[in-house]
Design a protein around this ligand. Structure first.
Ligand code: FA5
Length: 350
């Protein structure tokens, strides 16, 4: 009987060596430890054994079952790592001196990261919302706890239209409308609000390697009962590890925004210089990427949501900066240049 266990074990180890992907691994798992698997079948043979033999044989089969489980888990991790390495090696190296590839069109790198982020959040149950670029003062500031004379307005100067409307300075301008759109579902059906809204933003400010007057952000909000900072950190971590598919250094520090309390700045170690300091990160080694925090009660109230009953988090991801970091683009202005030399290099990525 002991021979049989050894036989099954050796056959399993040999088959495991040849497994090339997750589907094959799952097949092997079922073949060995599924209901009708070889290891499970061994137990059926116990009937013919004496009590003493049953004990030793049962133990041996259990040891084998545990080993098969462990080896399958190890292989799963291994395959995942290899898949990520392969994906990273396929990522286009950004090199502005390369000649333009005019044979085919290509997606803009910001579109690529935006779509990737959308997929990540959709898989976690978030809806993707669209919002206008021209908004009212109420949407962009007042509904976000920034009254007319608030000094925080100085941080976000923008372009105004004759009718008093303005080009939105941040995707947070859509928050109020999103709360109003989904509050009935939240209150009547107990369904948490989980939404992201990517969009173009505008600021009247001097440009440099990491600042543009026109750039993209992606806002995300989650509102429900007992939503806490842990939920916020979980979603931020998941998003970054899925986008970069490698270990990156992040830091969370306190940050002030009138529409969150408490508020944080989430920075990532600059991937252009490896954290040494360069023009892309204003020589600090860190890049401000995704401010976030717990939604201020006044903001929830303005959206028709009772802050005594519901809480939520919000974040404002700098999508353009994310594209810079992901593709190694040193100067943000290259992304708005319309230069085919720059943009055609992303043809091969989906
Ligand atoms: C805001 O815009 C807040 N609305 C973010 C927020 C949302 C905070 C929800 C809390 C809760 P900030 O001005 O820091 O914050 O911009 C957010 C991100 O947008 C920055 O970290 C950066 O990645 C990007 N960003 C801001 N200004 C520019 C710019 N001029 N050029 C390129 N990216 C920019």
């Amino acid at each position: 009987m002991a021979d049989k266990t050894t036989e099954v074990r050796l056959a399993f180890l040999a088959a495991l060596e040849n497994v090339a992907n997750a589907d094959e691994l799952e097949k092997l798992r079922v073949e060995y430890i599924g209901k009708k698997g070889y290891v499970t079948d061994l137990l059926k043979e116990m009937k013919s054994l004496s009590n003493e033999e049953k004990k030793t044989f049962g133990q041996a089969v259990n040891v084998l079952k545990n080993e098969v489980n462990e080896k399958i888990a190890e292989k799963r991790e291994d395959l995942k790592k290899k898949e990520i390495e392969l994906e990273n090696s396929r990522m286009p190296e950004f090199d502005i001196s390369m000649p333009a590839n005019l044979e085919r069109g290509s997606y803009h790198p910001i579109t690529l990261v935006q779509r990737q982020c959308e997929e990540i959040f959709k898989s976690m149950g978030f809806t993707v919302e669209d919002y206008s670029e021209v908004v009212t003062d109420y949407e962009c500031f007042e509904a976000l706890n920034i009254p007319k004379d608030h000094p925080a307005r100085d941080m976000q100067d923008t372009y105004y239209l004759d009718n008093g409307q303005l080009l939105k300075t941040h995707t947070s301008a859509a928050q109020n409308a999103i709360y109003k759109k989904y509050r009935d579902q939240l209150v009547n059906e107990g369904k948490p609000i989980k939404a992201i809204f990517p969009g173009r933003c505008f600021r009247n400010e001097a440009t440099d390697a990491c600042h543009e007057n026109t750039f993209f952000q992606m806002e995300g909000v989650m509102v429900g009962k007992n939503i806490s900072i842990s939920n916020l950190i979980f979603f931020m971590k998941t998003m970054l590890s899925e986008v970069f598919r490698k270990d990156i250094k992040v830091r969370l520090r306190p940050g002030f925004f009138p529409f969150v309390e408490p508020g944080f700045e989430l920075d990532i170690s600059c991937l252009i210089c490896g954290g040494e300091g360069c023009p892309s990160c204003k020589h600090s080694g860190w890049l401000e990427l995704c401010p976030c925090g717990m939604i201020h009660p006044e903001v929830l109230k303005a959206g028709g949501i009772d802050p005594e009953e519901y809480t939520g988090f919000a974040f404002g991801l700098g999508l353009t900066r994310l594209a810079m970091m992901k593709y190694g683009v040193k100067d943000i202005r290259d992304l708005n240049s319309g230069s085919l030399k720059t943009l055609s290099q992303f043809t091969d990525d989906k």
